[in-house]
Ligand binder design. Sequence first.
Ligand SMILES: [Zn+2]
Length: 381
Amino acid sequence: MKIYKAYKFRLYPNKEQQELINKTLGCTRFVYNTMLYEKETTYKEKKITKQKFDCIKELPILKQTYPWLMEVDSIALRTTIFDLEDAFKNFYRTKNYPKYKNKYSKNSYRTSYVKNNYKNKIYENIKLDIINKTITLPKLKNMKIRGYRKTKEIKGRIISATVSKEINRYYVSVLYEEELEEKNIVPTKVVGIDLGIKALVITSYGEKYENKKYITKYENKIKNLQKWLSKKEKGSKNYYKVKNKIKEIYKKLKNARKYIIHKITKEIVNNNDLIITENLQIKKLIERKEMSKYISDASLSEIIRQLKYKSKWQNKHFYQIDTYYPSSQICSHCNIKNKKIKDLNKRNWTCSNCKNENDRDINAAINIMWEGLINNIKLFI
Ligand SMILES: [Zn+2]
């Protein structure tokens, strides 16, 4: 089985390299927009959908007309055409029409790995040295990178590298393909997971992973600044200052969330062999409005996404209950459904049948564990 892993590093280009990166970002945007325009006009005039290989054939002509395109990585320009094709594929599926890119669009370009044998010398256009923390990219010579401090080796082969610019920082994300040996693990540790309101994740072992304090700190800071912003004169110097500040904290908040979620999902997958969760879409439909506000939080679907792929990476089992299952209303002690348990703010409730005092979230996680276990009995035989 082939799996793909992306490693994102902070990139430290010198002034000259920065200029070339900026130029490449501009050129790939130009090619993207030009090809999008060409596609649209060809369709309007001839009712023909231009395919990506038609566009690639036109690239040399475009370069002759605009010689400055030749100054940048030619593979990145070609990859842009593939990205445009993907944007159209996405449009047929989701009805989101590809947009023209401007300076404020996502600022990144992608280049593919190429290996050549020239006069008995191997030439690679992307080279990553994880020990000395340097990277070589097409047209750009060695650059310092930072990240993955403890990593001494990356397994697999490089597929592509994406260079991005966020405010005034540069990043490179390197995509690796790794061949994974498939093993059939008979589960010995099973865990049920409830995704919650106050705690992000609650396990059937009774562990609760809360949103960290600094997350709340960032959220409050943003709230306060937004209040402040509403009092400022729109378009004034101070207005933009505050706006940028908000942007900055948002980025910090995003990174902090990402870090916490990675930590949680890594721990859960490392410690268990069969991981069982609910289906968020179904949960959203059945639980109250109050709950759906939290479920729409991207963090929860991100947790599920990570549990899924991290389980796969370790040959572990991931199972999502895909039918309606009233996990918060069933008493995990006697299995009787308590219809009255609907108040989501109530942390504990007493079972009307066995009189057991249930912690709302842990009780739900235990029920999820049992439901998943019953559906996966075949794994144990
Ligand atoms: Zn009970």
